[in-house]
Design a protein around this ligand. Structure first.
Ligand SMILES: Nc1ncnc2c1ncn2[C@@H]1O[C@H](COP(=O)(O)OP(=O)(O)OP(=O)(O)O)[C@@H](O)[C@H]1O
Ligand SMILES: [Mg+2]
Length: 216
């Protein structure tokens, strides 16, 4: 309990700092808009980066416990997420439902959607296409996201899941700047549901296979 309290205090402090930094950042953006565009452009890009990192951190700090658990039909829930991603122009497909389980599962919808979204955005960022599938049994729900990218070698999977850790920055460079929170957030959210995020290798596509597995 003491460790938990300490983590909570530290997270609170960090989100306080992150939040406070947004005001001066907004001022900097304003100030930059008044100077010569050519000089300002790289600085504006830095300000944008900082803003994005703060936003992501604040999301992270908001935590996995967000929202009350609600009963949802898992396949329909995931289908809606995939359809939104498709409308956003992402190469992602939903596979047919698996497993013999029936009925509803209690989920914190906002948080779980964020977790699945994070896995999909990784899949299409590091690979070129994603496949999502839902397996429901009597006892567990598994939401799986697979891709055709380079995957993550077994010995680096723990590291990849840690907050702010990005593997192989050279390889990631042209993939857009992430801050390294996507998997940490997904893993936190799985845990808040009494489950886990499990990383493996996709037998279907050869890239990463990321499973959120929770007991029902
Ligand atoms: N589907 C994937 N295929 C290959 N490597 C991956 C995949 N998903 C994550 N990784 C590796 O794990 C690292 C951590 O992923 P994570 O989602 O936590 O952060 P990020 O994608 O770098 O940034 P963010 O998600 O915060 O925008 C990534 O930088 C990347 O090196
Ligand atoms: Mg990511």
């Amino acid at each position: 309990a003491r460790i938990e309290r300490q983590i909570e205090q530290r997270t609170l402090m960090l989100s306080g700092v992150s939040h406070d930094l947004r005001t001066p950042l907004t001022r900097m953006r304003l100030g930059l808009s008044m100077i010569n565009e050519e000089d300002a452009a790289p600085l504006l890009a830095d300000v944008d980066d900082m803003q994005r990192m703060l936003d992501e951190f604040l999301n992270f700090a908001k935590g996995a416990a967000e929202g009350e658990p609600e009963k949802v039909a898992p396949h329909g829930f995931v289908r809606a997420i995939v359809e939104d991603a498709q409308r956003g122009g992402r190469q992602v497909a939903l596979l047919p439902p698996e497993g013999t389980g029936e009925g509803m599962v209690k989920l914190r919808k906002v948080a779980m959607r964020r977790a699945v979204d994070n896995l999909i955005s990784n899949a299409v960022r590091y690979g070129s296409q994603a496949e999502v599938s839902v397996m429901l049994s009597d006892r567990t729900l598994r939401i799986r996201v697979e891709d055709d990218g380079p995957g993550i070698p077994e010995e680096r999977r723990d590291e990849a899941t840690r907050p702010f850790s990005r593997l192989d920055p050279a390889r990631n460079q042209d993939k857009g700047g992430g801050v390294g929170l996507g998997l940490a957030i997904a893993s936190d959210i799985a845990r808040a549901h009494g489950g886990v995020l499990r990383l493996g290798e996709s037998a279907r596509l050869g890239g990463l296979r990321a499973d959120i597995v929770i007991a029902r």
